[in-house]
Ligand binder design. Structure first.
Ligand code: NAD
Length: 371
């Protein structure tokens, strides 16, 4: 397929190539859908074996962002930038400021944030060239680390799942196996431990486990054993693809609810396998939307209490996903996609009568104001 065919296949609006020899920048920005608002998405900087691999990653991830924002009830579209890393591309002020110039050139159609391979500091260089960036440090008026809001949303989403499965939100005494002891898992474990859950944890990095055990009590198991723990909830909080053909038969849990992205190795089949096993799956991009909610908040003048409050909506959003899944007898990941598509379709009806004004306040108001 050529690039136009790739764009058309999944309803993408725009693909932007960014090249600058002096800084070594080779990047692609994909804008999937701006029905709900400017395309917001992370900037990934990793090694790609080819240009086509980078393009397909940007296209795939930007579409996922459209769905994530739509289900979360946010007025943002889906976008993603990927910077192709190579031996020649040093992370530098020049590189990110150059990238910022390209983002600025899009005039607000795309708002950049950090992602795998980039951090808050890199986004601060981007900010020097454009206001269309979010997820910068608190010290310069940004929202800082999104993890506390992400983890709180996952905790709330776990309660919604418990409510659906057992008719009770309480996680007290529940056995919960957490995969990963990184940033999200740390904050999440603290909530769960304080509520009286019985925790099982694992990580490939023993130092992460040690740090976590300084805060909470938990049973440590090996990374491979985590799938076999006799737990009621399995919480993937490490890497993607850990719910798959090999691991699903081993799971003894009744609920899968965690913060990791892309938990299902195969979106088309793994959700159905979980449903057939009567395991309730909280779709990853619904339950971990706290991170997106956090950076979206920065654009309206950041307040963590407001971001936390908004993350609480994940409870009712998930309950709706579970209801649609039960009513239509479809996997929960299909139900959430359906809810996102319905919202997009409904709002697209007013797209052509955009008035030019904006009800947003704060930074987003400035960003969307016509000059
Ligand atoms: P992190 O890097 O702090 O933690 C990930 C942890 O997983 C690390 O400690 C790592 O050693 C461990 N790990 C890696 N492979 C493992 C394996 N096979 N078995 C067990 N442990 C393994 O990252 P994080 O910020 O906590 O993010 C965790 C997940 O949540 C990621 O998938 C991320 O994309 C997703 N997520 C994070 C946020 C956020 O706000 N941080 C927001 C949305 C989604």
């Amino acid at each position: 397929m050529n690039n136009f065919e790739l764009l058309s296949a999944n309803g993408h609006e725009q693909l932007v190539y960014c090249l600058n020899e002096e800084s070594g920048l080779k990047a692609v920005i994909a804008i999937h859908d701006t029905t709900l608002g400017p395309a917001l998405g992370g900037t990934r900087m990793i090694n790609y074996s080819s240009e086509s691999e980078a393009v397909s990653d940007a296209l795939r991830l930007s579409k996922a962002m459209t769905y994530k924002a739509a289900v979360a009830g946010l007025n943002f579209g889906g976008g993603k930038a990927v910077i192709m890393k190579s031996e020649k591309t040093e992370k530098s002020e020049l590189l990110f400021r150059t990238f910022g110039k390209f983002v600025d050139g899009l005039g607000g159609r795309f708002i950049a944030a950090e992602d795998m391979g980039t951090d808050v500091k890199d986004m601060e260089f981007v900010r020097m060239e454009t206001k269309y960036v979010t997820g910068i440090s608190k010290a310069i008026g940004g929202s800082g680390d999104p993890t506390p809001v992400t983890a709180y949303g996952v905790y709330i989403g776990m309660k919604a799942s418990a409510n659906q499965k057992w008719g009770n939100d309480s996680l007290r005494g529940r056995k919960i196996a957490i995969q990963g002891a990184g940033q999200v898992a740390r904050h999440l474990s603290e909530y769960l431990y304080n509520e009286g859950a019985e925790l099982y944890i694992t990580d490939i990095d023993n130092n992460k486990i040690k740090r976590l055990l300084e805060m909470i009590k938990a049973t440590v198991v090996s990374p491979e054993e985590i799938y076999d723990v006799n737990a009621e909830i399995f919480s993937p909080c490490a890497i993607g693809g850990t719910i798959n053909l090999q691991t699903i038969p081993r799971l003894k849990c009744e609920i899968v609810a965690g913060g990791a992205n892309n938990q299902l190795q195969n979106e088309n089949t793994d959700g159905k396998l979980l449903l057939d096993k009567n395991i309730l799956y909280a779709p990853d991009y619904v339950i971990n939307a706290g991170g997106l909610i956090n950076v979206a908040n920065e654009l309206e003048g950041y307040r963590q209490d407001r971001a936390m409050k908004q993350a609480e909506n994940i409870f009712s959003i998930l309950k709706r996903v579970f209801t649609v899944s039960a009513d239509k007898n479809i996997p929960t990941n299909e139900a959430s996609a359906r809810i996102a598509e319905e919202r997009l379709q409904s709002i697209s009806k007013i797209r052509n009568i955009y008035s030019g004004s904006s009800y947003f306040s704060g930074r987003l108001g400035e960003l969307t104001k016509k000059s």
